[in-house]
Design a protein around this ligand. Structure first.
Ligand code: WTA
Length: 566
């Protein structure tokens, strides 16, 4: 029997107090995610239970018990305070998926810092934008990433400490401080910062249509939703080996790659390596993974490699499969049924929601292609595009909206009250996505309602790419839009008008692509560039990305009269 039992039976009288009580949290009392994921689990008698089984790209493995997590996160917390960091400061984690990343996440929370996890593939300009916006005071990074940090250090006067856990014998510069997590005395005791429900915890940067990425600001109370959704949706149990494919630079990798599993006292596996079908099946067989939280792009890549490869591995340990980040097409669900004997359960949510809000639950019939139904305690609707009133007609497409107030909803965007206020209409929080709801209450995703590009489950903002493109000497004007892609669902395509004196060429094409890859990240790099004489614009001069996007998707351009009058 799954934890949720039957979905329907959980709906009446649902109250988040269920989660508060299970966690032993008293409203008004202390709540610290770092403590909940380590000390509390140890106090429950699971100190010697494995918390983390880690493997790198070469196949080296390390394991950590919950007691290891506890003392090492104490050590990080103590070290950060000793070197001068203070509660409330933004402390960035900029690392590959090494154990120090996971443990520092908990350590920073334990000392009251606000964790700012950033994807290690970001290059200097992407990193700068986010550190500058957050006024970040410390960054924990790796030796190999120091060149990226050094490039922007002078422009970040607030960035005082650069902590390097794997410094070895590297020549460090002023303000770069080595930190060895696993050597020296154990830090058995640490006075965990007495955070309460609304104390800020995690700051995740996420892209929108306009402006630079926004800092989605979470609080410690988010745990109440992350704990229970992990338990009921992912159905984690005492003897599970759980694997979440997501990197903690993105919200899935923290909500369900750190907080959810560890606050439930569950063992998780982490692979610090990129995608490789053969390797993925091997590690799942080797570590006897039971619950697997993946993403549609990965599933599509696995599909391409064929079912024969699946059959070569003993994957009988798998009990439950779930997916997030992009639309999970019906074929992928049907394929997984055939390949693994069980369907992937689609889950839908966002950085801003902090937890899964619409999902397919264990035991509930899966309709392949549907995202499922709202989590108990979450009121979700689709709103009419014009009136912002809930649509009651089954199958009619509208804007996915949520009634504010669930525990893990962000409390704002960092330094951007206007951007946050703009997400609400008629008392609803607008997700920026469109879907319909069928007669039985299942949600069917249609698409985004803005210009954000979702490439392989990672959101990239057109504005950030266009701003970087304009820094190239040949670029006069540009527009970055989504282009459909068989595997990644969408990739970035850039339309560029060149400055006088520059001619389109294959070399220039490549040069511009590399320019973006090196400034921002491989994700933001346009996969295709089209040189144009000029870009479609509104009368007020705003570039009409929507027209270009519609062209790429072969969709009707629709009514652009409003845009033209914009
Ligand atoms: C998209 C990731 C279709 C959607 C947790 C959303 C999805 C954005 C699904 C959030 C899904 C996420 N089906 N689309 N099951 N899950 N999305 O903030 O557009 O990185 O708004 O959070 O991804 O991406 P974010």
């Amino acid at each position: 029997m799954s934890h949720i039992g039957s979905y329907e039976s959980r709906l009446p009288n649902f109250n988040w107090a269920i989660s508060e009580e299970e966690l032993g949290y008293t409203p008004g009392g202390k709540i610290n995610i770092g403590w909940y994921c380590t000390d509390r689990i140890c106090e429950m008698g699971k100190a010697q239970k494995k918390a983390l089984i880690w493997e790198d790209y070469q196949g080296n493995t390390k394991t950590y018990t919950f007691d290891d997590l506890r003392v090492y996160s104490n050590k990080v917390a103590q070290f950060m305070l000793k070197t001068g960091s203070q509660p409330g400061q933004r402390i960035c984690l900029f690392m590959d998926r090494i154990p120090e990343l996971y443990i520092s996440f908990l350590g920073v929370l334990k000392m009251g810092g606000i964790v700012q996890p950033l994807f290690s593939a970001f290059r200097d300009e992407s990193l700068f934008t986010r550190l500058n916006n957050a006024g970040t005071t410390a960054i924990i990074t790796q030796k190999k990433l120091l060149p990226v940090v050094r490039k922007i250090r002078d422009q970040l006067p607030e960035l005082k400490y650069v902590i390097v856990p794997d410094a070895g014998d590297a020549a460090l510069r002023e303000g770069e401080i080595p930190f060895v997590m696993e050597e020296g005395p154990r830090v058995e005791r640490f006075d965990v910062y007495p955070s309460t429900a609304e104390t800020p915890s995690v700051l995740h940067y996420t892209s929108g249509t306009t402006g630079q990425p926004k800092g989605a600001q979470h609080v410690h109370y988010s745990l109440i939703a992350q704990y229970l959704t992990t338990k009921w949706v992912l159905d984690l149990r005492e003897d599970d080996i759980y694997w979440c494919n997501a990197d903690p630079g993105w919200v899935t990798g923290t909500s369900y790659g750190i907080i959810g599993p560890w606050s439930n006292g569950v063992t998780q596996f982490v692979l610090d390596s990129g995608f490789n079908a053969e390797r993925w099946y091997s590690v799942m067989a080797k570590h006897r993974v039971t619950v697997w939280y993946s993403a549609p792009t990965a599933i599509r890549l696995l599909m391409k490699e064929g079912i024969e490869l699946v059959r070569k591995h003993d994957l009988s340990s798998l009990r439950h499969l779930a997916s997030v980040g992009e639309p999970l097409n019906a074929e992928a669900v049907i394929w997984s049924q055939e390949a693994f004997g069980k369907p992937f359960h689609d889950t839908y949510w966002q950085t801003e929601t902090g937890c899964i809000v619409v999902s397919n639950y264990p035991g509930m019939p899966v309709k392949p292609g549907s995202m499922g139904k709202p989590f108990p305690g979450i009121t979700a609707a689709v709103l009419d595009v014009k009136t912002h009133e809930p649509i009651t007609v089954p199958g009619k497409v509208g804007l996915i909206a949520l009634k504010p107030g669930w525990p893990s909803m962000i409390r704002g965007y960092w330094n951007n009250a206007k951007g946050y206020a703009n997400k609400f209409r008629n008392g609803w929080y607008l997700t920026g996505d469109r879907s319909s709801i069928d007669k039985e209450g299942y949600f069917w995703f249609v698409g985004r309602d803005d210009d954000v590009i979702n490439t392989g489950g990672h959101l990239v903002g057109p504005f950030e790419i266009e701003s970087a493109l304009l820094e190239h000497p040949a670029v006069a004007e540009s527009a970055a839009v989504a282009k459909p892609d068989r595997v990644n669902m969408e990739v970035v395509k850039a339309f560029i008008a060149l400055k006088p004196g520059f001619e389109p060429s294959d070399d220039l094409d490549l040069e511009i692509m590399n320019f973006i890859r090196k400034k921002l990240s491989p994700l933001a790099m346009p996969q295709e560039i089209e040189f144009v004489k000029s870009l479609p614009k509104t009368r007020s001069g705003k570039i009409m990305r929507r027209v270009l996007r519609a062209q790429e998707f072969g969709e009707p351009i629709g009514d652009i009269s409003t845009l033209e009058n914009d």
